[in-house]
Design a protein around this ligand. Structure first.
Ligand code: SD4
Length: 288
């Protein structure tokens, strides 16, 4: 098969490995995301995802197809086994491409998608421990491994697509949307150039529409250059303008199958699957 895949975090390794032989690019991207959604031990996505402040697992996911620019997303939705499937189905609709909460759930039920209680003992214990620890203080959204799985794919014929899925910030407010379901922030795909996706503190990623910015830059620059430019410039801008910037990591893949990644964290792991080269885990380091 000749698809190239790149995905955020080590947790995507099994999904990418399984998806490499899949012929359809969209199917490969979606199945790599589903693998992480279905694993309760990857506790920031899907089953076993990090609970919000009320102990509920509310999920965000998006899918974008770069030939048609079709885009679909779900936000703050409970009880979906695979939110990425709902996002992909919404991307094929003419209208109503982004649905949240009960609207997203109703749509998924109409589509016949599988439901699941996504709360899981380990993540519920983590939630209870956090509540106890902060009982006397105001609870705050914490950065605590709340990582999004983002998968980008490029076919040998130059089509690209993107899929992302997350439970969002630990202890987030009910109904909170992160960057993941916001087009151009959590992901973007345009087969004229390439695809990009982001993970980290959604509120800070959104302020720069980072995935969109990377895809635009890739029209004239390599994916690695585009990732580094966008992460470093945006981090600098936020630090200058508001005194701080949360963690941000990005991946990108152009229509020729060349890839890049950058981070403002000390270290960011990602997975790349390439025809003939196989699947490998890589580390990006903050160079700023
Ligand atoms: C969010 N960007 O909901 C997601 C969380 C994440 O690494 O990716 N964390 O803000």
């Amino acid at each position: 098969m000749c698809n190239t895949l790149i995905a955020t975090w080590r947790m995507a390794l099994e999904g990418v490995t399984e998806a490499m032989p899949v012929a359809s690019l969209q199917q490969a991207v979606v199945s790599a995301v589903m693998n992480v959604e279905d694993n309760p031990l990857y506790h920031s996505v899907g089953y076993g995802g990090l609970p919000n402040i009320q102990g509920e697992v509310e999920l965000d996911a998006a899918f974008m197809e770069g030939d048609t620019l079709n885009y679909g997303a779900v936000g703050a939705v409970k009880f979906l086994k695979n939110p990425i499937l709902a996002a992909q189905a919404l991307s094929r609709s003419q209208r109503n491409n982004v649905l949240t909460a009960t609207g997203a759930l109703e749509f998924a039920i109409q589509q016949g998608l599988a439901l699941r209680e996504n709360r899981y003992a380990l993540s519920q214990d983590k939630w209870k421990a956090a509540l106890q620890q902060t009982a006397k203080e105001a609870l705050q959204e914490a950065y605590d491994g709340h990582d999004t799985v983002c998968v980008l794919g490029a076919s040998c014929s130059g089509s690209v697509c993107a899929g992302v899925s997350t439970s969002g910030l630990f202890l987030k407010k009910t109904g909170r949307l992160g960057d993941s379901p916001i087009i151009g922030s959590g992901c973007y795909a345009d087969s004229a150039s390439g695809a990009a996706a982001a993970t980290g503190v959604g509120e800070d990623i959104m302020k720069g529409c980072l995935s969109w910015e990377i895809v635009r830059l890739m029209a004239n620059h390599s994916p690695q250059y585009a990732c580094e430019q966008v992460v470093h410039q945006h981090t600098e801008t936020l630090i200058k303008r508001k005194g701080e910037c949360g963690s941000i990591s990005v991946i990108a893949l152009n229509k020729a199958g060349e890839w890049g990644a950058a981070t403002n964290k000390a270290e960011f792991s990602f997975v790349v699957g390439e025809p003939e080269k196989g699947v490998h885990v890589w580390l990006a380091r903050c160079s700023g």
